[in-house]
Design a protein around this ligand. Sequence first.
Ligand code: LFR
Length: 480
Amino acid sequence: MKPLHLAAIDLGATSGRVILGTWSKNKLTLKEVHRFPNAFQSINGHDYWNIAGLWNEILTGLHAAVAALPKGATLASVGVDTWGVDYVLVNDTGRLVYPVHAYRDNRTQPGLKRLAHTRAALERIYAATGIPNVFYNASLQLEETVTSCPAITDLATRCLFLPDYFNFLLSGRMANELTIASTTQLLDVHSTDWSRAALDHFRVPAQWLSKPVLAGTQLGKVRALPELSALAATRVIAVPGHDTACAYDAMPANPDGTDLFLSSGTWSLVGFESDTPVLGAAALAARISNERIGDGRYRPLTNVIGLWLLEGILKDFTSRPTNDVAWSALITAAEKLPAPAALLDVTDSALTNPKSMKAAIDAQLKKRRVPAPKNLAGYTRLICDSLGRGHADAKAAFERMSGRTFKRILIVGGGSKNRLLCQATADAAGVPVVSFALEGTAVGNLASQLISLRVVKNLATFRALFGETLKQTIYTPRPS
Ligand code: LFR
């Protein structure tokens, strides 16, 4: 069989990339053809994504992918994954009728508090959707939109989550995909359709949404538009639209279910794969999110604040590293420091979207009468050790609730390259951390395309084949 070429569009909250994947002789090779920074921008107190900018970066990336193909070859397919929860409201022709807010916008704070203080509603919504009350949920965002702008229910006819919207721009077809739908707190945890109870509670018009398609659904060929003419033969595949679902799919986990997964980037997403959701009072208290795998199964996980802390603190230091050598020097300096006297409370909501991360961390430490670190290496150490503890706490909670024992933690994403974070996690959790040097989200995206195109049988086969080719680093826990 001839080599098969596919493109993964992978958008993160702080950077995006387009990756050309080539499948040949049962091996997947990746080439990053375009990478670009991403950030939300504020106007008059609210935070918005630059959707047109993202679309233009996608086009640039797709053209770079086509240019990187061997002579005469074409792109067989393309898939899009993005961060969760954010959405676009459009009319029947697909025109934007509302600005696209970023999930860190603090407009959801009143709704968040209201639900948090209404025990019965909180429990009802958790029982219906399996998703805890988190400030970024699409449910709270849509509730705020409908309340602050009632005319929107006439203007908009469809709600497309970000991967759905870019799939629409590429294929012309509007569809909601299951994994991204599962991040919203509006999906029924016991089926693969929307929850009437949740839609009614948050006053989201049911007609805005269609029954989600499973990952791997082919949406059609790329539209015949001048800017897409180089992709005339390319199919658009609804891959797992949620980047975390893709990252989990990429991990060559042991099929016996004893691996815990950690997708470490802006957020630290610690969880596992399961045939059943984890529900009930203890799960709600532990803030377990029952997100979905592309085939309909579950990924119970908790969201630990993640490297957002480090990304934030770097902005406060002019001495921040700008290349790999400087990064390595920073990590080495942080490793040499004594362990911090106390760790951060990573659940503190003041760390969610502060103007200055350093000021927010210092304020938390001051309240607890803990001295602030002296320099960037000190903050780096404090952050990595605190995240390591957060990951270990999540593991303990999952073991209590699922009755399973996790023997390893598999890590992918930016944090997998941070040896301080990997070691801190292994030490706190007491199990080895296996780090894979791979673009997990892009790999999961490509895996779904390969399965949809029937060149790979299923995810288990993909993981087995791909796992063999992967370089891994093992961090063994050190005695405390
Ligand atoms: C990671 C991620 C998380 C989600 C957060 C907000 O990029 O998708 O899974 O909880 O972003 O959408």
